[in-house]
Design a protein around this ligand. Structure first.
Ligand SMILES: O=P(O)(O)O[C@H]1O[C@H](CO)[C@@H](O)[C@H]1O
Ligand SMILES: O=c1cc[nH]c(=O)[nH]1
Length: 258
């Protein structure tokens, strides 16, 4: 009997080898998924490019099978991809993302490892009550922290704000919307005082899904904007930030005890 090919991710269990991966690296950007597969994995095979949700299967240098997959941007897209990845047998997910720091001591180029998320995301409310904790897997999170320490990558561990919009939800005023709602003015400063480290758009829903579906999730994001200074992405530092996040995740995935 053949297993089904999932509608969005475009592959199924039959497309994987006899010892299929249980761990996935999940990037928002399909180019990042491709780059990870091409530069960090061995014996790589493209599984699908359906809807730009590029997925690759390959092996870490220690022989561990692994997926490099794409979530797309935002929690609704991530929720679909993660649901289907779990159905093909994935049990550990490391999100490799980009983010904007909101603490002055977290510079562009460094990485943030999320221990938990302040989840201000609509998709998550379809999965669990709003009060449900959005917590990263402690073991995967420690593996990420140990990897960053080993690789001497500047890293910060703490709470991430996961929101649904890049502009309004992250209090950007340099945007097409001339009418940022009153409720959002000052939210970044409030989060700073609450010791939130960064803004991004997927972790909170990923962590809640992990709690409900019973898989292990973690996240490492390269800092590409420093919101205590400016709203813009610092393009000159983007590559280093992403490479730091990728190196940390790949090292953790190889050394994490399954
Ligand atoms: O770089 P990725 O993984 O897409 O992550 C961040 O970048 C996108 C916004 O620019 C959002 O998806 C946000 O979470
Ligand atoms: O500022 C930023 C940078 C990347 N991704 C975000 O969601 N926000």
């Amino acid at each position: 009997m053949t297993s089904k090919r999932f509608y969005h991710i475009g592959f199924g269990q039959d497309d994987l080898d006899s010892s299929p991966p249980t761990i996935a690296l999940l990037s928002g950007d399909p180019e990042r998924s491709r780059f990870i597969a091409q530069t960090h994995l061995q014996d790589v095979r493209l599984l699908s490019e359906n809807r730009g949700l590029n997925s690759y299967v390959g092996y870490l240098p220690n022989g561990r099978p692994i997926l490099s997959a794409t979530s797309g941007m935002g929690a609704p897209s991530l929720s679909i991809v993660v649901n289907e990845l779990v159905q093909v047998g994935i049990q550990q997910i490391i999100r490799i993302g980009t983010c904007g720091s909101i603490q002055p001591y977290v510079p562009v180029g460094s990485i943030v490892i999320s221990s938990a998320a302040l989840c201000r995301q609509g998709a998550a409310n379809d999965i669990a009550p709003v009060e449900y904790p959005a917590a990263a897997d402690p073991f995967l999170t420690v593996a990420l922290a140990q990897a960053a320490r080993k690789l001497q990558i500047e890293h910060y561990i703490g709470i991430t704000a996961s929101v649904d919009t890049f502009y309004e939800g992250q209090e950007r005023t340099d945007s097409a919307n001339p009418n940022l709602m009153r409720s959002l003015y000052g939210i970044t400063e409030e989060y700073q005082r609450l010791n939130v480290l960064n803004y991004e758009m997927e972790c909170g829903t990923l962590f809640k899904m992990a709690g409900v579906y019973q898989f292990a999730a973690s996240a490492v994001c390269g800092v590409v904007a420093q919101r205590s200074v400016a709203e813009e992405i610092v393009l000159s530092q983007k590559e280093i930030a992403i490479n730091n996040a990728i190196a940390t995740a790949v090292h953790a995935a190889a050394n994490f005890e399954l």
